[in-house]
Write a new protein. Structure first.
Length: 95
């Protein structure tokens, strides 16, 4: 997970079409959500990540915050990200 200069950080999320829905998998936290559209699954993942981080902070449970996805998910992400054509950035303000 890369930190940005302003204190924000970057999480890697694999989004893919799975039949008639989209799935999003946050690689650093091993969180998965599904929805009908790319936009909806992006929003659902942002909401899920925010809830996950807030829960960890509110419950003084930081040692369980990071739980990486299985290696095969990282490998798929790396394969699809090669060349950069499948990369997009989504920013979400939580402050």
């Amino acid at each position: 997970m890369a930190r940005k200069a302003d204190g924000d950080f970057r999480l890697d999320v694999l989004i893919k079409k799975e039949g008639d829905y989209y799935s999003a998998h946050c690689l650093q936290f091993d969180l998965v959500v599904t929805d009908d559209t790319v936009e909806a699954v992006q929003r659902a993942m942002i909401d899920c990540i925010i809830a996950h981080v807030r829960f960890a902070i509110d419950n003084d449970n930081m040692k369980y915050l990071y739980s990486p996805a299985p290696q095969e998910v990282w490998n798929e992400y790396a394969r699809l990200a090669t060349g950069g054509e499948n990369i997009c950035e989504i920013e979400a303000a939580t402050r």
